[in-house]
Design a protein around this ligand. Structure first.
Ligand code: SF4
Length: 69
């Protein structure tokens, strides 16, 4: 998560009004979280969203890793 330069007034991540601080979970933590969401087998969809500006290569890499599980 990061302060977003998109700065939409309705969004908690807008850089001019957010109280969040930049943070990124580890790849292992990400895999654990997604696995926990999916472990009951009844999840219809899992939507992953990213900030206005995001490292697309990292995003695609971690999604590919998760799809292997
Ligand atoms: S994350 Fe999306 S909705 Fe939020 S401020 Fe950025 S561009 Fe706007």
């Amino acid at each position: 998560m990061a302060l977003c330069p998109g700065n939409c007034s309705f969004c908690a991540f807008g850089k001019n009004h957010t109280h969040f601080q930049n943070n990124r979970i580890s790849e292992n933590e990400f895999i654990t979280k997604v696995t926990d969401f999916c472990k009951e087998g009844d999840l219809y969809g899992l939507y992953l969203m990213a900030m206005h500006e995001y490292d697309l290569d990292f995003y695609l890499k971690i999604i590919r890793q998760q799809k292997k599980w």
